[in-house]
Design a protein around this ligand. Structure first.
Ligand code: PLP
Length: 252
């Protein structure tokens, strides 16, 4: 059973939390968006958050994303963000659904995503720029891309290394159907949220070194337990799951 009221209350609480964190950091609260990470939670939980005004949802698994997007297709302004490990051969399932992929970690995956973008109707493929693609255009909007960086160099984590970053960014930039938006990271898990700070700072520094605000305006970092630290380091998107939807069932 889903406790929709509890989800709505926790979502409100998280909004206040992020606003406070932004204010404390001297930042505009509207510069930080919450992505509600709904992986493993049923569509009823997503609908509860949607009813409370949440529009951005994060999912980690391709099959689960597909199933949920089909069930919730009537919520046409809901935006899906793919944040999990993505194999190149699964790109085709994600591109018709996702508003952004935040876990691009190789040039190969970037090229696959571009190649698998829903095709532009021939009659409209007149060379006009993607910038002209609005809601009333039949050009599909470019897929927003965040490049995931494994800032701590953990062997078990996905994400490219700081040394590989330039190549991946250039590969995204080279694809007209992709829009490079920023960087994402998942730091090593620690119970002390402050332990994530050096990793968040490292991501912010990499963004600065690779084009800064103009090229990489988005920093997706911070989760349920360390969102304040991430906001103080410049996060523009925090990915919050547990604190909104409750504990996830253990993966078998
Ligand atoms: C699961 C997940 C989250 C959300 O984590 P919580 O601790 O539940 O807030 C955020 N980002 C990524 C990449 C995840 O896989």
């Amino acid at each position: 059973m889903i406790d929709s009221q509890a989800i709505r209350d926790r979502l409100q609480e998280q909004r206040r939390r992020i606003e406070r964190a932004a204010a404390t950091a001297g930042r505009d609260p509207s510069s930080v968006a919450i992505i509600a990470v709904s992986k493993t939670h049923p569509v009823e939980a997503i609908v509860a958050a949607y009813e409370a005004g949440q529009r951005d949802f994060g999912e980690n698994y391709v099959q689960e994303l597909k199933a949920k997007a089909e069930q919730l297709a009537h919520l046409s302004d809901l935006r899906w963000h793919f944040i999990g490990h993505l194999q190149s051969n699964k790109a085709k399932y994600v591109t018709p659904i996702a508003a952004s992929v935040q876990s691009v970690s190789s040039a190969k995956l970037a090229r696959q995503l571009a190649a698998r973008m829903p095709s532009v109707p021939l009659s409209k493929a007149d060379g006009s720029s993607d910038a002209a693609a609005g809601p009333n255009s039949s050009h599909p909007a470019p897929l927003r891309i965040l490049v995931e960086v494994n800032v701590a160099g953990e062997a078990s984590k996905s994400g490219c290394s700081a040394l590989e970053l330039r190549e991946v960014l250039d590969a995204v930039d080279a694809e007209p159907r992709l829009r490079l938006c920023g960087l994402m990271t998942v730091p090593p898990f620690t119970h002390d949220p402050e332990a994530a700070r050096p990793h968040f700072e490292a991501l912010a520094r990499l963004a600065k070194d690779h084009g800064g605000q103009k090229r990489l305006p988005e920093l997706s970092m911070g989760m349920s337990h360390d969102a304040e630290v991430a906001v103080s380091c410049g996060a523009t998107r925090v990915r919050i799951g547990t604190a909104i939807f409750g504990a996830r069932p253990p993966k078998e």
